[in-house]
Design a protein around this ligand. Structure first.
Ligand code: HEC
Length: 148
C-alpha cells in the first residue's frame, strides 16, 4: 500500500516538473546553450582557425579565403562541418575569388567542439543562424568523405 502511494507521489512530482514552464522553459534552455556554444566556439576559433582566417573572419589576401560574408557559407553547414574536420585542398572560389592552398584537417576536434566552432562562425560577423547542435554535427560527420 505505502509503495503504491510512493509511486503515485513520484508520478505527480514528475508531472508537475515537466508541466511547469513548458515551451518557454525549453526556449530559455536553447538560449543558454547557444550562449555556451558561442563562448566555447570563440575560444576554439581563436585557437584553431584565426591564424589563417583572421580574428574577424576576413581571410588573408589570396592565401586564406574569408569566412565573414563568404558566399561559400550560405546554406552550407554540412560542407563547413566536413571542412573543419577533414580540411580542404584544391581550387575553391569564394566571393568570386579563387583560392588554392591546403587547409589542414583537425582530427582531434570532438563533434561538440566542431559544433561550437561552426555555431560561432554561423552567428558572427552579421550572421545569426542560431544553434548548430552537436547531434546535427554527429549526423553530418557520418556523411563526410575523408579529404573533403
Ligand atoms: C593553416 C591555415 C588554415 C587554418 C588553421 C584553417 N583554415 Fe580554413 N581554409 C584554409 C585554406 C587555405 C582554405 C582554402 C582551401 C582550398 O584552397 O581548397 C580554407 C577554406 C575554408 C573554408 C571554405 C572556404 C570559405 O572561406 O568559406 C571554410 C568554411 C574554412 N576554411 C573554415 C575553417 C575553420 C572553421 C577553421 C578552424 C577550425 C579553419 N578553417 C582553419 C586555411 C586554413
Amino acid at each position: 500500500m505505502s509503495r503504491i502511494k510512493l509511486g503515485f507521489g513520484i508520478l505527480i512530482l514528475l508531472a508537475a516538473c515537466t508541466g511547469q514552464g513548458g515551451g518557454g522553459q525549453s526556449e530559455g534552455g536553447q538560449k543558454v546553450k547557444l550562449e555556451q556554444y558561442l563562448v566555447e566556439g570563440q575560444q576554439l576559433y581563436l585557437q584553431y582557425c584565426s591564424a589563417c582566417h583572421q580574428r574577424e573572419g576576413q581571410g588573408l589576401a589570396q592565401l586564406y579565403p574569408p569566412l565573414s560574408n563568404a558566399d561559400y557559407l550560405d546554406d552550407n553547414v554540412e560542407g563547413v562541418v566536413c571542412i573543419v574536420k577533414n580540411g580542404l585542398q584544391g581550387p575553391i572560389v569564394v566571393n568570386g575569388v579563387e583560392y588554392n592552398q591546403a587547409m589542414p584537417a583537425n582530427p582531434t576536434l570532438t563533434p561538440l567542439e566542431i559544433a561550437e566552432i561552426v555555431t560561432y562562425v554561423y552567428n558572427s560577423w552579421g550572421r545569426e543562424r542560431g544553434l548548430v547542435p552537436v547531434t546535427e554535427v554527429e549526423k553530418i560527420l557520418k556523411t563526410c568523405n575523408a579529404g573533403d
